[in-house]
Write a protein that binds this ligand. Sequence first.
Ligand SMILES: Nc1ncnc2c1ncn2[C@@H]1O[C@H](COP(=O)(O)O)[C@@H](O)[C@H]1OP(=O)(O)O
Ligand SMILES: [Mg+2]
Length: 349
Amino acid sequence: MLKSELQVALTVVSRAANLAQSVFNKLVTAETVTKNDKSPVTVADYSCQALISLLLSKSFPNDPIVGEEDANDLKQPTESSIQLKNRVTQLVNAELSKPQSIGESDNLELGTSRDSNVLLDAIDRGTFQGGSSGRMWCLDPIDGTKGFLRGGQYAVCLALLVEGKVQLGVIACPNLPVNPSNPDSPKGVVLAAVKGQGAFQRPISETNGTLTPIRMNPITPESLSYASFCESVESGHSSQSDAANIANELGITNEPVRMDSQAKYCSISRGDGDIYLRLPVSADYEEKIWDHAPGRLIVAEAGGKVTDIHNNDLDFSLGRTLKNNKGVIAASADIHADVIKAVQKVLKV
Ligand SMILES: Nc1ncnc2c1ncn2[C@@H]1O[C@H](COP(=O)(O)O)[C@@H](O)[C@H]1OP(=O)(O)O
Ligand SMILES: [Mg+2]
């Protein structure tokens, strides 16, 4: 089931990750661009959303997309907006014209800037409002923008939702090592899960490589104090002080592993760590569905459980945000109840 969707999602996410890395290599490391310049993120974000949208529409023309970006900033009558649109068009065209394994290019070239409506429409296809009926794709073209700029963790994230439930999730992490126990191993993995069929990974570079099954660590309530947890680098995205108190409550002495993006879901799902805590900082923030949809499924299919701080399932059927949830608690199914107990004691919920 969903075999062709999985194949397409793996391909488009891997190609977008390669495009993002080439933007990073060209722009972030260029002497003319300082680390505080956000333009590489902007260019990579729009290019990856356009590329994925165009390639998805080739295979699944009727499926809407809930994507993080829209094309408004590329439609302005300003020099900087026109320059950005031309740059994005050029990058997407370059990727589309690369020969694929079947020996042909995608034949979807955007052409010159005269044809840039194709580009703008592709990006704007991501403005779907979501909901509980039908099929839709959920896309975060560059998740973890701060990590992308730092040369740290970021992810290209795509999920397929059917009737508001995540059925398929694919995440490419260009800076996650293929083998976490070998620091010299090459970087760049793509993880995937299909509901009821397990979770897998393969190197991004192995376009047609075999998918290797992944599992969370076999941790039990008795060994919970040896667990390690991960959280956001940004203290504004998840309360690091609450996390320290929860770790203390569970007897965990390992230092938290901080990383940006859904690479956190990926790393616990293959046993690099055990728990992912995302603890609300502001009462009114609503998590976006594209920040969690594929990660949640990959963890669940690798033997984990993902809820919010109230132990409620994440509800992806309510539009573009998880408006009925607060925070995220992901852990191996065997220890999730213990983690929730500690979370609720510390947060007094
Ligand atoms: N107050 C907040 N609480 C939780 N997440 C946030 C908050 N503000 C922004 N984010 C989102 O956190 C995500 C990155 O998470 P992480 O820290 O795990 O890398 C981004 O998609 C970002 O959304 P946005 O892109 O809309 O700013
Ligand atoms: Mg994001």
